[in-house]
Design a protein around this ligand. Structure first.
Ligand SMILES: [Zn+2]
Length: 99
């Protein structure tokens, strides 16, 4: 039986591997939207904004699927529902997530 800390590290690495391309698309979407808004190409700006929105949705799904407490499978967020990037312990069951 693996401890929750190393299991969580594994899950975080997997979430990062799945999420980094969407994060790249999100950044590209923001940069593209800014550039094309400045140059007045509304159609291209809309396309990049759309790409950014798709990326946000995909990131959300990736986080919800994989970024969970290894002990109780609860999503690791705070009281306001914001995802915690460096949680010390699970808010629900108290499992240790960091050494
Ligand atoms: Zn938990």
């Amino acid at each position: 039986m693996r401890d929750t800390v190393s299991e969580f590290e594994e899950r975080r690495a997997q979430t990062w591997r799945a999420g980094k391309y969407w994060l790249g698309l999100l950044l590209a979407g923001i940069v593209g939207a800014v550039i094309f808004t400045k140059t007045g190409s509304e159609l291209f700006a809309m396309l990049f904004i759309f790409g950014g929105c798709v990326a946000i949705g995909a990131l959300f799904l990736v986080m919800r699927r994989g970024y969970r407490c290894p002990a109780c499978e609860e999503i690791l967020d705070d009281e306001e529902g914001a995802i915690l990037l460096f949680p010390r312990a699970c808010r629900r069951c108290g499992a240790k997530l960091r050494r």
